[in-house]
Each structure stands twice: as C-alpha cells, then as structure tokens.
Design a protein around this ligand. Sequence first.
Ligand SMILES: [Fe+2]
Ligand SMILES: [Fe+2]
Length: 337
Amino acid sequence: MPQPLSTPNLEFLRTLSVLYVEDEEEVRNAMTHFLSRRFARIDVASNGQEGFALFENGRQDVVITDIKMPVMDGLEMSSMIKSIADDVPVIVVTAYNETDYFLRAIEIGVDRFVKKPVNPSELVEAIQKSTQVHMQQKQLEKASLQLLNTLQTAIGALSRAIEKRDPYTDGHQKRVSQIATAIAEEMKLPKAQINGIRLGAMIHDIGKISIPTELLTMPGKLSRIQFELIQTHPQAGADILEGVEFPWPIAQMVLQHHERLNGSGYPKGLKAEQILLEAKIIAVADVVEAMASHRPYRPALGLDVAIAEVKTQRGVLYDAEVVDGCLKVLERQDLRL
Ligand SMILES: [Fe+2]
Ligand SMILES: [Fe+2]
C-alpha cells in the first residue's frame, strides 16, 4: 500500500535512480552527498548538455535540474528529455521565479518546482510526489503484462489441445495467429486490439472440438452433409467461449471468421459492415495459411496460389485493406508458412 505523501516512503525512494543537474560545484557536491544516501543511483551533470547525454544512456526514474546553466540550460534539457520520455518526472530547482521561466517550464511539462536554497526534505517530498504515480503506473503495466502473458500461455495450451485431435492441422491456429498479428501490425491498429487478434486467432477453430475426428481427417471431398457439419464449428466455438469475460470480443471473432464480405460466408451470411474487423483479419490469415499448407484432401497449394486467391477476392470476399496488409506482410517474407 502506498504511504501518505507527507511521509516519504524511504524504501520506495531507495529503488529510484536520479539524474541531478547543477552547475554550481558547491551546491552540486552537497546535494549529491545528500541524495546518494537516499536513492539507488545518482548521476550528476554540470550542464544541460551533459545531463541529456546521461539521460539518454541511463534513463533515470526522475530528473532534478537547475535552470540557469552554461552550454545548455535546464529547461532546454528538460524539453529534450520530455521529447524522448514524456512520462519521466522533471523537478526544477531554481532561484528564479520570473514568469517567463515559469510559463516556459509549464509548457515543457515540468512536474514540480523547488525553490533555492533547497530544503532537503522539501526536495525529497517533491521527488516522492512526482514519482509515486509514475511508479504505480509502471507496476500496474507490469502486472497487466504478466496477466496477458499468462492468458496467452493458457490459450496457446488450449489451441494445441484442439489440434492434437487432428495432426493435419497441427500448428494451424498458431500460424494463423502469427499472420493475423502481422497484418494487424501492418495496419497500425492499436496495441490492445492487436493483442485481442493474436489471442482470438489462436483459438479461432476451437469449435472443431465438437466435430468427429474422422471427419476432420477424412481424405477426399466431403459430402454436403459432412460439409454442413464442419460449418457448425464457428457457432460451436462461440458457444464454448460464451461467458468467458475477455477484454476483447474473442467469441465474436471465432463466430465470424468464416463470414465473407459479400454475405456468402457462414454461419450467418453477414455482410461487410456487419463483420468485425478482427474477424476479417483472421479470415484472410486463415485462408492464406490453409492454402499454403497440406490438407488430408489435397496437397499444399502453395503461397503463390494463396496470394492469387486473396488478390482476386480483394473487396469481394475479403476486406481490401486487410488484403493489402496481408500482401505487404507476405512480400516481406519474414513469416515462414
Ligand atoms: Fe475455421
Ligand atoms: Fe482455421
């Protein structure tokens, strides 16, 4: 639990690295001595240029700087630091309280001001106040990343379990997930949405668990009835996932991955605007992967045939933007199918 701000949490402060920039040697030495007993690491510079170079290398947790210094002043350095790391707290220590400094500092995004001569406990409190929120946010990000990794591992295990029943499609969902993720990245979708696509694609065929193995591995052409049975897998998958509260519409991605732009897909015959973008991306990745791989009823058609198919059906069966993204990904050839 975070402690009240008025009581500096010394243990927390001891985990931080500090960049301290001050041109007056006497002040700098005294303050460095004071700070080095309270923080994990202190990097010291005597002007803005040196300070920025130290920041580029060290990426300290907090920056404390004087304003008026030779070579480069503290505000110019702060502005450069904020341009490469806008979430790093910058505390300005200054004897100057003129409005123009103040306004410039606000504009740059300086977090706090401490007046010279510095009262050490005031400075420690300022550091704590400006770093605490930042550090809590970092911890929160770390925790949610761990959660995402766990979820990804669990879904990967589920994905492999489904494919154990059908050796011909072993690794299919993983490869579809890799292609779909690469397309989503190529389309510059938000990170969170890409994470959802990665996971949705990993289990897009989860509904095949309800289809007899003999049917999945049957060589030759399927009868109409058999094909209709295979076509139940998106709905079966959505039913399995119903009630699982993912932060992404995974069940809908699974349900819609065989829908096609012109309404010729299944199970609902949805049209372009009714289909989730995530499902449109998984659809293209699915087709490309399936065509490029061997199936019990036919040998692999190869990547060229897959590319020709999505190009011909661009804007007809498959979303034009998604196809363009996919072609760019395949052109780069950084994906092994
Ligand atoms: Fe499928
Ligand atoms: Fe599939």
